[in-house]
Design a protein around this ligand. Structure first.
Ligand SMILES: Cc1cc2nc3c(=O)[nH]c(=O)nc-3n(C[C@H](O)[C@H](O)[C@H](O)COP(=O)(O)OP(=O)(O)OC[C@H]3O[C@@H](n4cnc5c(N)ncnc54)[C@H](O)[C@@H]3O)c2cc1C
Length: 234
């Protein structure tokens, strides 16, 4: 009896992915491209602000990107940073053009807004700003928010809602976002914190909140997005 044929990994992957078409590519900051995808397959996709998709950036490689905006059945926007490490994800963002096909997983992830929190605190870097933008837009106007976001310089600031509540920390010294967070005048009681971006900075932020400010660990949601020297952290 002949052995059943095994499908190549790339074909198996294809079966699970949502297929769409790139509709627009534009620079949303100096180093970040907003990539809008459209297609019938977007209809009915279930997405909660803070969640990401895993994009097929070459034949066998997936990279995670937070959903910046999703309009059911019409478009889904991603924002991809062109970082100096220039791995397959960054390279894909450089060469992708309107009209090209793109495939990705259904939205997933647990970096989600916490209901009933007395206030919300967002801490991260350029990459984290994408998820934070979607989460901030989803909050009711009455919600209290604080944010500290580390970027290279003013040209790397994403157009986020509630700009008045955002403290931008530029990379001029060591751990600028932790210093910015330390300087934030937060209420005495803990809120809900969302921490994302570079792995060691995420740990330092969690340590600050739990050890220095006395927050319970359960109040701090952490998701490392990347780490120096590591590939495709997920
Ligand atoms: C849940 C989740 C959501 C994410 N959302 C976003 C998003 O919305 N936008 C986005 O741009 N990225 C996001 N990321 C990061 C993204 O998935 C990739 O890790 C990133 O694009 C790097 O992939 P790459 O293939 O270009 O480089 P890789 O091959 O993964 O890495 C190569 C090297 O590049 C360096 N490097 C990687 N990232 C950076 C960086 N940001 N700055 C400086 N150097 C870096 C590191 O030294 C790394 O070893 C997210 C990650 C996760 C886990």
């Amino acid at each position: 009896m002949s052995k059943p044929k095994r499908l190549p990994f790339a074909m198996l992957l294809d079966r699970f992915l949502v297929r769409a078409t790139v509709d627009e590519v534009e620079n949303i900051t100096t180093r970040m491209r907003r990539i809008r995808v459209t297609g019938e397959s977007l209809r009915g996709l279930d997405w909660t602000p803070g969640q990401h998709v895993r994009v097929r950036v070459d034949a066998l490689t997936l990279r995670s990107y937070s959903v910046w905006d999703f309009a059911d059945g019409r478009h889904l926007d991603l924002c991809v940073l062109d970082h100096p490490g220039a791995g397959p994800g960054a390279r894909w963002s450089r060469q992708v053009r309107a009209g090209q096909p793109v495939s990705f997983t259904r939205p997933q992830g647990r970096l989600l807004l916490r209901d009933g929190a007395p206030y919300h605190l967002f801490v991260g870097d350029e990459t984290a700003g994408v998820a934070f933008g979607a989460m901030l837009r989803a909050l009711p106007v009455s919600a209290r928010t604080y944010a500290a976001i580390e970027v290279e310089g003013p040209d790397d600031r994403l157009p986020l809602p509630r700009t008045g509540d955002i403290h931008w920390a530029h990379r001029t010294g060591p751990a600028p976002v932790v210093a910015a967070l330390r300087a934030l005048d937060l209420p005495a009681e803990s809120g809900a914190a969302y921490v994302a971006g570079e792995a060691r900075t995420c740990q330092a932020v969690r340590h600050h909140l739990t050890a220095e400010r006395g927050w319970p660990r359960s109040a701090v949601a952490v998701k490392a997005f990347w780490a120096p020297g590591k590939r495709g952290l997920d």
